[in-house]
Design a binder for this molecule. Structure first.
Ligand SMILES: NC(=O)c1ccc[n+]([C@@H]2O[C@H](COP(=O)([O-])OP(=O)(O)OC[C@H]3O[C@@H](n4cnc5c(N)ncnc54)[C@H](OP(=O)(O)O)[C@@H]3O)[C@@H](O)[C@H]2O)c1
Length: 294
């Protein structure tokens, strides 16, 4: 029950009506009997700065930040975690109230998207010393690529329809992670290149929106004959859960990681940043699947 002592968490985005985070986060808060509530906030781009200032004035304890604010919010925060800074996007803000609610407020930004994807994959296999191939070079790909490249892998290949964008992401990774001994390369978005990269990959992550509702009949980025039994296949699209790629992966007897797991674990990580308390994964997963209608 909400009372005078209830603390506030939430998510800011534009649009926001579609968000599944309140169902997942409130289930976690309730199961631990924490006097917190997690709310959706519809914030237009021209209102972002006021919204962050308002959050401080209201004593809000933590926020998720979603499209289209993940990059613009960086300039409004006091401190940015080093990985979020390399990625150039923040999806989680921690508000630290010095000397209680009336004192100074310190805002720190994190990016838990890549962590979410990595943890989902590591439920099936460790990425250490492995080869990972990523399709797509947009916002989600960037967060995932930086996290994965920082996880003791051996090789990372990125393919994208717009080759220049993939090249620029690979340059960015090489510049920021020069001290790591990883083979990072870019390949063309062509069937032969995908076939070559996947033949010796251990993990394949599709970060394109191919197959996402309502385009559920889109042809999968890779058909079963390009996949193999030892390959972990993760499609980060989570509506529907059984995307065209996941169906092809099942035909190939590959190891499947559904897209909702990334959403789950990015939320788990945010929860733990705000509350310094282990998140109740089972309850949050059940609520997320319920909200997704699965
Ligand atoms: N599971 C999760 O928690 C989670 C989190 C974030 C995002 N997502 C999902 O991930 C997807 C991508 O999100 P984003 O923010 O990265 O989007 P984005 O920044 O717009 O990037 C989309 C990427 O997909 C490529 N692409 C788009 N349509 C394509 C097509 N028809 N054929 C081949 N490539 C195509 C784009 O290639 P070009 O550069 O050539 O245009 C670009 O590299 C969305 O479906 C989103 O819902 C899931």
């Amino acid at each position: 029950m909400v009372d005078g002592k209830t603390e506030i968490l939430g998510v800011m985005g534009d649009p926001i009506k579609h968000t599944f985070s309140p169902a997942m986060q409130n289930a976690g808060l309730e199961s631990l009997n924490l006097n917190y509530i997690y709310l959706p906030f519809h914030v237009k781009p021209n209102g972002l700065s006021q919204a962050i200032e308002g959050a401080k004035a209201l004593g809000i304890k933590g926020l998720n930040i979603t499209i289209p604010h993940k990059t613009d919010v960086i300039g409004l925060l006091d401190e940015i975690d080093s990985l979020a800074s390399m990625i150039g996007a923040v999806n989680t803000i921690q508000f630290i109230y010095e000397d209680g609610d009336g004192g100074n407020v310190l805002t720190k930004g994190y990016n838990t998207d890549g962590y979410g994807c990595l943890r989902a994959i590591e439920e099936e296999t460790s990425v250490k010393n492995k080869k990972v191939t990523i399709a797509g070079a947009g916002g989600a790909s960037k967060a995932i690529a930086f996290q994965i490249a920082n996880s003791e892998i051996n090789e990372l290949s990125i393919l994208n329809r717009n080759f220049n964008k993939a090249e620029s992401l690979v340059d960015d990774l090489k510049t920021n992670l020069a001290k790591l001994d990883i083979d990072i390369n870019v390949d063309a978005y062509e069937i032969d290149c995908l076939k070559r990269e996947l033949s010796d990959s251990d993990v394949f992550i599709d970060t394109t929106p191919i197959g996402m509702y309502p385009n559920v009949d889109d042809k999968a980025i890779a058909s079963a004959n390009l996949l193999h039994e030892d390959l972990v296949v993760n499609d980060i699209v989570y509506t529907p859960m059984e995307t065209s790629l996941i169906k092809e992966a099942r035909k190939a007897n590959a190891i499947v990681v559904p897209g909702y797991k990334m959403l789950l674990y990015q939320g788990i990580s945010s929860f733990e940043i705000w509350l310094s308390h282990e998140a109740p994964i089972e309850e949050m997963e059940k609520a997320l699947l319920g909200a997704l209608g699965i």
